[in-house]
Ligand binder design. Structure first.
Ligand code: CP
Length: 331
């Protein structure tokens, strides 16, 4: 039995996405239901951190005395490193827990593992786990503030915020009247869900497209519309987000071949011309060049892929500062 799993790959349970509630702002569990003012405040805060972070050797003691545990039960490069750097830049004490090499292999559960952390006076837990709803579960059982760093197919709220910041830059701060196309593996994408919740809350529209086997039947209930082809999704859009094929969360048989996927659904140079002038290209990473995104698009002038990474550090500073500010204020 895999003891790290709470609920296998089940959809997120009701209530898994109730976040930044007025009564308990220690946690950031998702973007679903977050009021537009809270999103805009976090984006403003991230912009201020971005300016500071661009100053060579900038650091502060804003989070001095706060202890953060980065608990990564699933692999990560961008999210884990940017949380660690944000914590260091803000002067927090921090430790990173990786599942490999831990006592999970001896049968310890995720909850007991994190009880170990909070027994050592950890204030905030940044958690990535393959089970949807696991951050909400931890928020109910631990005294620490919980920041969701990606839970299965549910949400990846700091990724959603960094995508909002990147699009706000490209769209001169305006979301109303703007349209983002999200193309690819929507079914397994927590990135798509957080982007849809955040963008629609701020007044933008989202159109999704991808192989029928990778689009959930109820996708439009998230607040987006569905296009039949990548061309239809991208025509007249103000930006496109290419999604990675999440083969680690995919059953076999959902795709004919990677070559066929790249031909039919890949973001190619010719397709960029379908979008409005000034439209941008996003990808959450890691990219599979030549599959969901052509190399010349990934490296092209429309690409904001590495701006997304820079914004990720600023957003994680803003979220850590926001959650830390509530410590001691919530009973
Ligand atoms: N976008 C994202 O979550 O990347 P990592 O898996 O590298 O953290």
């Amino acid at each position: 039995m895999d003891r790290t799993s709470l609920m296998g790959h089940a959809p997120a349970p009701p209530g898994a996405g109730a976040f930044l509630q007025a009564c308990d702002e220690r946690h950031l569990l998702g973007l679903e239901g977050v009021p537009p003012e809270s999103l805009l405040n976090l984006l403003d805060s991230a912009r201020r951190y971005r300016e500071k972070l661009r100053t060579p050797r900038w650091c502060s003691d804003e989070l001095r005395g706060v202890t953060v545990c980065n608990a990564f039960f699933e692999d990560s490069t961008r999210t884990r490193v940017s949380f660690e750097l944000a914590e260091q830049r803000l002067g927090a004490m921090h430790t990173t827990f990786a599942a490999s090499g831990s006592s999970l292999s001896k049968g310890e559960t995720m909850l007991d593992t994190l009880r170990v952390m909070t027994a050592m006076h950890v204030d905030l837990v940044v958690v990535r786990h393959r089970s949807a709803g696991s951050p909400a579960f931890l928020a109910r059982h631990l005294d620490a503030g919980i920041i969701n760093a990606g839970d299965g197919e549910h949400e990846h709220p700091t990724q959603g915020l960094l995508d909002l910041l990147t699009l706000a830059d490209a769209w001169n701060g305006r979301f109303e009247g703007k349209r983002l196309a999200i193309v690819g593996d929507i079914a397994h994408s927590r990135v798509a869900r957080s982007a849809i919740f955040g963008l629609t809350a701020l007044g933008a529209t989202v159109v999704i497209a991808g192989p029928p086997t990778l689009i959930p039947a109820d996708a439009e209930s998230l607040g987006c519309t569905r296009a039949g082809t990548v061309e239809e999704a991208m025509r007249g859009a103000d930006g496109v987000m290419a999604l990675r094929l999440q083969r680690e969360r995919m059953e076999s048989g959902l795709l004919a071949s990677l070559g066929e996927y790249a031909r039919v659904w890949g973001i190619h140079r010719e397709r960029i011309g379908l979008m409005r002038p000034g439209a941008v290209v996003l990808h959450p990473g890691p990219m599979n060049r030549g599959v969901e995104i052509a190399p010349d698009v990934a490296d092209g002038c429309e690409s904001r892929v590495f701006m997304q990474v820079e914004n990720g550090l600023a957003v994680r500073c803003a979220v850590l500062a926001h959650c830390a500010a509530t410590l001691g204020e919530v009973s």
